[in-house]
Design a protein around this ligand. Sequence first.
Ligand SMILES: [Zn+2]
Length: 275
Amino acid sequence: MFDSHVHAAPDIVPRIGDDAAIGDAYATSGFAGFVLKAHYESTVGRAHAVAQATGLTVHGGIALNQHVGGVNPAAVAAALGAGGRVVWMPTADAHTQRAAGLPRLCNHEPLLSPRAYAIPPVDPTAEPAVDDILSLIADADAVLATGHLSAEECLWLADRTPRYGVSRILFTHPSYTVPGIDPAGVRSLAERGGFVEITAYQLLHQPGCTPALLARVAEAAGERLVLSSDTGQPDSPMPAEALTMLVDVLAGEGLDRGWLADAATTVPYELFAPR
Ligand SMILES: [Zn+2]
């Protein structure tokens, strides 16, 4: 399996293990690799180190929150220039997160601005910066992940990417509380050529989330489905167990196990692999 979304220590919030412990656990579980995510810094150097230590395929990237200057092309240029494979649009500092009352990075340090980030059509002034970022992602043939942006911003991005040649889009857990897109909306995202993520975190922690709802979302994603853990929280199972559990739960809803296995293995592996 290949887990395209996991969090590890060091972090500004507690994690279940550090990069080395989580990498060793994936190796013990027979995983091919994983994508290391952090909300507040580039994980490119950390991913390189844990790949060297474990022999697994480990990719890093950058999430565009306040700690890296928000929607900041310079931060993207550094992360992709150093070998990063993914850029997540604003996550914990997205405007949707503030509107939903979910935890934000500025909550951890009172000195920080409470500002939240958006892109067009919610914040038209961000257009030049987003265009530069799309150009950088295309040049690196990296993955554009939508983070916690709203449905209308996800659609704007998907429609914007062709002019820059971005070929890899991953809609970050669209059925999570943020952005909260229903199965019909997920189908329209998949029809635009992007991949659709469902996470074990949703099953473990999302209020109101049920196996039946996730199964409907998976069906809407079809061949564009990506299953990941999005774990690393101290109160979640270890990531490899969490992703295996997600596959089992969806199979229990009557979905084809071979298709689900691909969505947790070859589909994400190839999505992130450099060509
Ligand atoms: Zn995450």
